[in-house]
Design a protein around this ligand. Structure first.
Ligand SMILES: C[S@@+](CC[C@H](N)C(=O)[O-])C[C@H]1O[C@@H](n2cnc3c(N)ncnc32)[C@H](O)[C@@H]1O
Length: 317
């Protein structure tokens, strides 16, 4: 591919939009039992037949769908977007991705000024206002459940009694931890509209609160899973300091976060831009985490890779 073609491919707005719209309209699911014409697909998906055919033609040219039997069929690429794959929710513009897609329009002002210019916490208000919070919480739970199982398997829970998961969503990670370590009790702390969707479990206390305004419960270990990357440095340091204050001298703070390498992958760098444009947050290097901890009197004690691609970082006084 020459430079001109590469530039055209990189700057083509149609590609992400067409893929996200195909997933939103569940086109791969409609095609799961065989090829359909654009007209048949349009009536099943609730779309305009002419506009849908134009979308399909583009996606065939891009190898997402194929032409077959006078209509359109799935390919291994579109099959990744089948509902059953679990991936579709990350592409559904009627769900949280609709908020994410809109937020990319803030990237230019964010690059110019360093901030997307929204009130802190607007994203969680927007999820609640548009009724998309439960879909976001479910998508997060899918990810963090696996991290919870892996953290439980790590051999460093002796002497720990109480784990507080701050911004713990609906508690998928904490539930896994408690199930694997019967001597632990846990407290799930998150916004009221989020913990409303958390199922009760043995040894699990559920606390609805605002981590900036309400006191955090006292614990031996604080978990902050994928929380800090949603905030700029000043706010992330405030969150760490609040956990450290609530836990006292001996408390350990466990972060589950992506750690940027010296030369970040395109995926990691893309997510870093996404955090900037969505919430004014950022992905961080190991040094960034060390400095962030030191700014509130915490030392970075260890960093361990998890199979999800995130890392487990431990901080303590
Ligand atoms: C990216 S999600 C991570 C959820 C969960 N820890 C996980 O890894 O799946 C960030 C979480 O922080 C919570 N959160 C955001 N602002 C908060 C606040 N002011 N007080 C308490 N929780 C908050 C959100 O509701 C959300 O569940």
């Amino acid at each position: 591919m020459d430079a001109r073609e590469r530039l055209r491919e990189l700057s083509d707005f149609a590609a992400p939009w067409a893929v996200w719209i195909a997933a939103t309209l569940r086109l791969p699911d409609h095609l799961a039992s065989g090829a359909l014409t654009a007209g048949e697909l349009a009536s099943r998906a609730g779309a305009d037949p002419d506009a849908l055919e134009r979308l399909l033609r583009y996606l065939v040219a891009r190898g997402v769908f194929a032409e077959a039997d006078g209509g359109y069929a799935n390919t291994p690429v579109s099959e990744l977007l089948l509902d059953e794959s679990g991936w579709r929710s990350w592409f559904d513009l009627d769900g949280p991705p609709g908020i994410w897609a809109e937020s990319w329009t803030r990237l230019l002002p964010a690059v110019r000024s360093g901030s997307p210019g929204r009130d802190e916490g607007w994203y969680y208000d927007e999820l609640a206002r548009t009724g998309r919070g439960a879909a976001f919480d479910a998508a997060m739970a899918m990810q963090s459940e696996r991290d919870g199982a892996e953290m439980a398997a790590a051999d460093d829970w002796d002497g720990v009694e109480h784990v507080v998961d701050v911004g713990g969503g609906t508690g998928a990670l904490l539930r896994r931890l408690l199930a694997a370590r019967p001597h632990l009790r846990g407290t799930l702390f998150d916004l009221p509209q989020v913990v409303a969707g958390a199922a009760p479990a043995d040894r699990l206390a559920i606390v609805a609160g605002d981590l900036f305004g309400d006191p955090l419960p006292h614990g031996d270990v604080y978990v902050l899973s994928r929380v800090l990357h949603g905030w700029p440095d000043g706010v992330a340091a405030e969150i760490l300091a609040r956990c450290a204050t609530a836990g006292g001298e001996t408390a350990r703070i466990l972060l589950v976060e992506t750690v940027l390498r010296e030369e970040p992958s395109a995926d990691h760098a893309s997510f870093d831009l996404f955090m900037l444009t969505l919430v004014g947050g950022r992905e961080r290097t190991e040094d960034d985490f060390r400095r962030l901890g030191e700014s509130c009197g915490l030392a970075l004690r260890s960093v361990r890779q998890l199979s999800s691609g995130a890392s487990l970082l431990e901080l303590g006084a």
